[in-house]
Design a protein around this ligand. Sequence first.
Ligand code: AMP
Length: 394
Amino acid sequence: MNILVANLGSTSFKYRLFRFDGSTELLLAKGGYERVTDYGSTIDDCLASLRAAGHVRDASDLHGVGFKTVQGGEVTGCLPADERVEQALLGTADLAPAHNPPYAAGIRQFRAKLPGVPLVALFETAFYQWVPAYANRYAVPDSWFAAGVRRYGFHGASHKFIAERSAELLGRNDVAAIVQRLYQDGPKPVTGSPLRVISCHLGGSSSVTGIRNGVAIGTSMGLSPQSGLPQNNRVGDLDSAAIPFIQKKLNLTTAEVERQLTKESGLLGLSGVSNDLREIREAALAGNARAQTAIDLLIHSIRHWVGAFWLELGGCDALVFTAGIGENSAWIREAVCAGLSDLGLVLDSAVNNAAPIETNLATAASRTRVLIIPTNEELVVARETRRLITASHG
Ligand code: AMP
């Protein structure tokens, strides 16, 4: 079964082609296009290059196309990418302006170009369908909640990948099996001890998710990806009073406030140097105090959320790091794990610096294991697309 995963940006189109054969999962091809103005011709180019490489003969060799859609409000999960999904993407476009309109447009084009090929949307919010009600509420009037102001959570494909892979690595195939079937069967009880994982997706966009027995109990992101940890250029958590206050004080329009919060805030706004942690670190080491503050705030914020889920879970069997910063930055991992011996976590500095993948970075005596697991969001989209198609064909 060949599944194409399409990653659509406002002017970009990236794709990966996976082939599933029994339990074998193969990445057959990947590629992308920049400065895209018309998804229709880009889809043609993509198919032509897959044909030229001998991966498919024509569109009938594609068994499904999966999309990592971001925000659909109440519409979530892993669903046929039909008109209802398109409407949900457009209806919540204000909450994910960089992602939702391109996905709605791209899905429409795929439907026109590939009639008969199943299209599947896996929402980034899907992994949070089962968080307790209190964890998806803000303390706002009910009319706001009814209008959709609630915590949805994002990076669901990545955290789901971590939930499954960490369970496998910890020898908990029972939990891994629950994660695999989560969007078909929902959460399932676990016999024996619970598995408590805290997943830190730290990259250009970052979030921390608490996971019990393969199911998210909460996450740092809320209504939009502009929440939680400070992001590369995006603000992260902010007191709601700041917006009317600064609008009056600096005489800013709402659009300008939005622009500054999404483009000039986060690590870039804090450091004044860059949105790339490597450059911020260089500046901090050279004595730049704002760069050091940006780093300190990021670490504090990660620890704040890790601490919150540690208590909620009643402990932590594995603390997992993933994405650009989580996988590559030993010093961030070290800072996040510092001073936790009373909680039972002791990082092995030498192993952490060597950064072996999918290997425990904590000491043998540490109760909590620390892991780097490279995430694979496209593979999750492809797997879920395959599961939905297989299920709907009996
Ligand atoms: P991602 O969004 O997962 O691709 O992560 C991209 C981010 O990872 C970049 O903006 C960098 O800040 C960060 N990054 C990548 N490599 C390193 C590194 N070796 N040290 C610190 N940060 C890194």
